[in-house]
Design a protein around this ligand. Structure first.
Ligand code: ADP
Ligand code: MG
Length: 257
């Protein structure tokens, strides 16, 4: 049961499972720093296909956040080519980048980034307002996204009235609600205890089992063990790229869906 099939008017993704979603060729990112240059990414070669679940790993300063910012169209490369769904991203202006971010990418952050005065429902609804969806469709999609993360009974709680794990589940619902092509998470369990982290990772496993593409930055092996592929960075380069058997593979959780 895919949530794309259930949501009225849900846009079909043009990219099918297994097709290239993200294509980096010789990507460089150079930051000017008081007359000097910091080479944060130094020739990244990376192909991510639709339906993959990837962990990005590497020591502090290796370029993980810079890579996430590029993948998420928050920034553009200084050199090389980045294609997202076949579109050359380096050539786009700010408005076009913002449109791709809103329609195509769901972000999950370490610090949740929820609006403190808005309840869970409204936090999840926001991306739908930005993308111009009508109220009735917004309501259906928000309920469905809250259902997916098991939070319909907390729809009218504000972030301060929720636990850390529940806040992050609201953030995951918000990331999902526009049916993005990609879910991008930067240290999503960095602020959570180990039991709550496990709960969040189970939620990601379920979301992946529904057909979503996930890229998760983490320095924790436990978290990376949920992914099907681990890409390691070192000094702005890919130092290893390995396919692995995820911990969740074949669990009752994913077969239930
Ligand atoms: P990570 O997330 O793996 O810790 P980053 O992508 O944040 O690594 O940083 C990679 C390198 O680029 C580091 O040397 C960092 O100091 C540098 N860097 C990151 N962002 C900037 C910036 N905005 N300006 C200058 N240097 C930066
Ligand atoms: Mg970082």
């Amino acid at each position: 049961m895919s949530h794309a099939a259930e949501v009225p008017g849900g846009a079909a993704h043009e990219v099918r499972p297994g097709e290239p979603l993200i294509e980096f060729e010789g990507v460089e990112k150079v930051y000017p720093m008081g007359g000097e240059e910091v080479r944060a990414l130094n020739g990244i070669q990376l192909l991510i296909r639709r339906g993959e679940y990837i962990a990005i790993m590497g020591p502090s300063g290796s370029g993980k956040s810079t890579l996430m910012n590029l993948i998420g169209c928050l920034d553009t490369p200084s050199g090389g080519s980045y294609r997202f769904k076949g579109i050359e991203i380096s050539a786009l202006g700010d408005d076009e980048l913002a449109r791709i971010r809103n329609r195509e990418i769901g972000f999950v952050f370490q610090t949740f980034n929820l609006l403190p005065r808005a309840d869970a429902f409204h936090n999840v609804e926001l991306p739908l307002i930005y993308s111009g969806r009508r109220p009735a469709e917004r309501r259906d999609r928000v309920w469905h996204a809250l259902e997916l993360v098991g939070l319909t009974d907390r729809a009218h709680h504000r972030p301060s009235e929720l636990s850390g794990g529940q806040r992050q589940r609201v953030a995951i619902a918000r990331a999902l609600v526009n049916e993005p092509s990609l879910i991008l998470a930067d240290e999503p369990t960095g602020n959570l205890d180990s039991k709550t982290s496990a709960e969040i990772m189970r939620a990601f496993d379920e979301i992946h089992a529904l057909g979503n593409t996930l890229v998760v930055v983490t320095h924790e092996e436990d978290i990376a063990n949920h992914a099907h592929r681990a890409v390691r960075l070192m000094d702005g380069r890919v130092s290893s790229d390995e396919v692995r058997t995820p911990r969740s593979h074949g669990s009752s959780e994913s077969s239930r869906l």
